[in-house]
Write a protein that binds this ligand. Structure first.
Ligand SMILES: [Zn+2]
Length: 459
């Protein structure tokens, strides 16, 4: 898919949240859940991983399958491949005692998997959740909480007796969810709020009869309170009472947007194809439209409103599934919680500058300390050597073939090919990747690395 094209939509059938594709599930129990483990499973060397793919209905049936060489005979949507220990879809690790969930392995052997340094910094939770995401059509407008909000919200919903899998839940765990998104192809998203004066101007031109008052109010009060009032007013049109006005506004926006030569406003018609009766289709007028070119990455701090439009990317985030939605979704929308979580003071488009680190590696280090992404390209004569030390890593090979060599008392070599994935536990002190391949590496940066952060333009 090239930049500027729109991915075709898969069938819009309703599907549950976490169907497992592949044969990982039955193998999960092979190492024995709930026990203390045994010497055979000791994670003191590099181990193969298998992952689950979630089939959210916005997922592409082909992008992840093509990328990693996975069969998808039924043509199911493959939305997200999860690499990590989150209880919703933990990866499976191949040990000498059989396949075992990464969550379980981490619980049993935290010093070997995470290492003492990480345990001191972040406790015994796995530090990150690493994903491949393939959006064939738009995802919800959403925001993620910071640490204090997540802890409060999780406790509140527990007290209210909401089951963990309730569709009305915003908080499925007590963790914050800062995110990094890296574009494999062109990746389109709405990210953060446009400048308030710009939004006032655009709304006045987009809906000259329907939103004249809102545009004038925002122009008169272009600060965070003015923006909050605007977003609250639009979200209030989501219910039954707002139906008539909502229809008029969407119709007016669809009629006007092709005449306005303004980046992103063409996306209104695209969003309306999937959500014809959702006031969120007006979001390109008040959120920043961003096209991430391949190889570029953004950091989404907690509080940043965002909505992925389409594309194939790599995501890296804290180990959390806390999502508060505001539209463009059939799922639970919580406008009050959304308004309380959005950071109206910042624009929200934060590019992470790629940092070359040696001949084979480019690093993307967001300012959160818990996770960073490396893109590794090896070729004959240029291999990647890693003196790991800070803690656990996950590797995913995207292209090519090569060899993963582990140093230490009992050195060994593992074959690497497209789609192969590995856990590098903290107990492994160094390894090398060679051959001709492209791999992605999720790791925990040294504290000193987390200080380079750019705030570029909104596009
Ligand atoms: Zn998100």
């Amino acid at each position: 898919m090239g930049c500027g094209t729109i991915a075709s939509s898969p069938s819009g059938r309703g599907v549950p949240d976490a169907i497992i594709i592949g044969q990982i599930a039955e193998k999960f129990t092979a190492g024995g859940r709930g026990g203390k483990g045994n010497d055979m499973e000791t994670p003191d060397r590099i181990l193969r991983l298998r992952h689950r793919i979630l089939d959210y209905d916005w997922g592409s049936p082909t992008a992840i399958a093509d990328l990693l060489g996975i069969a998808n005979p039924d043509g199911k949507p493959m939305a997200e491949l999860w690499m990590g220990a989150h209880p919703k879809a933990p990866s499976a690790v191949e040990t000498a005692a059989g396949w075992i969930g990464l969550d379980e392995l981490t619980r049993r052997h935290p010093d070997l998997v995470l290492g003492p340094a990480l345990r001191r910094r972040f406790g015994d939770a796995f530090p990150f959740l690493f994903k491949v995401i393939a959006a064939a059509r738009p995802l919800s407008i959403q925001v993620h909480p910071d640490a204090a909000q997540a802890a409060r919200g999780f406790a509140r919903e527990n007290r209210a007796g909401l089951p963990l899998d309730s569709p009305r839940r915003n908080y499925r765990d007590p963790n914050p969810k800062p995110e990094l998104i890296y574009a494999c192809g062109c990746f389109r998203l709405l990210c953060g709020l446009r400048d308030a004066r710009k939004t006032a101007e655009l709304l006045g031109r987009l809906c000259p009869s329907g939103l004249m008052d809102e545009a004038a109010q925002l122009a008169a009060d272009p600060g965070r309170e003015g923006l909050k009032r605007l977003v609250a007013g639009l979200l209030a049109l989501s219910g039954d009472e707002g139906r008539e006005r909502r229809r008029d506004l969407i119709a007016e926006a669809l009629a006007q947007s092709p005449r306005l030569n303004e980046p992103g406003l063409g996306w209104i018609a695209h969003l309306a194809r999937f959500f014809p009766d959702d006031i969120g289709v007006l979001a390109p007028a008040w959120m920043n439209p961003v096209i991430l070119e391949p190889g570029r990455a953004l950091f989404l701090p907690p509080g940043t409103l965002h909505a992925y439009v389409d594309g194939l990317g790599i995501e890296l985030m804290a180990d959390s599934d806390n999502v508060i939605r505001g539209g463009l979704t059939p799922k639970h929308v919580d406008a009050a919680e959304l308004l309380a979580t959005i950071d109206f003071a910042q624009s929200g488009v934060h590019e992470i500058a790629p940092e070359p680190a040696g001949a084979c590696e480019t690093r993307y280090v967001p300012p959160v300390g818990r996770f960073a992404l490396s893109v590794i390209r090896t070729r004959p004569g240029a291999s990647f050597r890693c003196e790991s030390g800070e803690g656990v890593e996950i590797l995913l090979c995207m292209e090519g073939e090569g060899v993963l060599e582990e140093a230490g008392a009992s050195p060994r070599r593992l074959a690497v090919s497209r789609g192969a994935s590995f856990l590098v536990p903290a107990a492994v002190s160094s390894y090398a990747l060679s051959g001709e391949l492209l791999a992605f590496r999720a790791f925990v940066p040294q504290p000193v690395e987390v200080n380079r952060f750019s705030f570029p333009h909104a596009t």
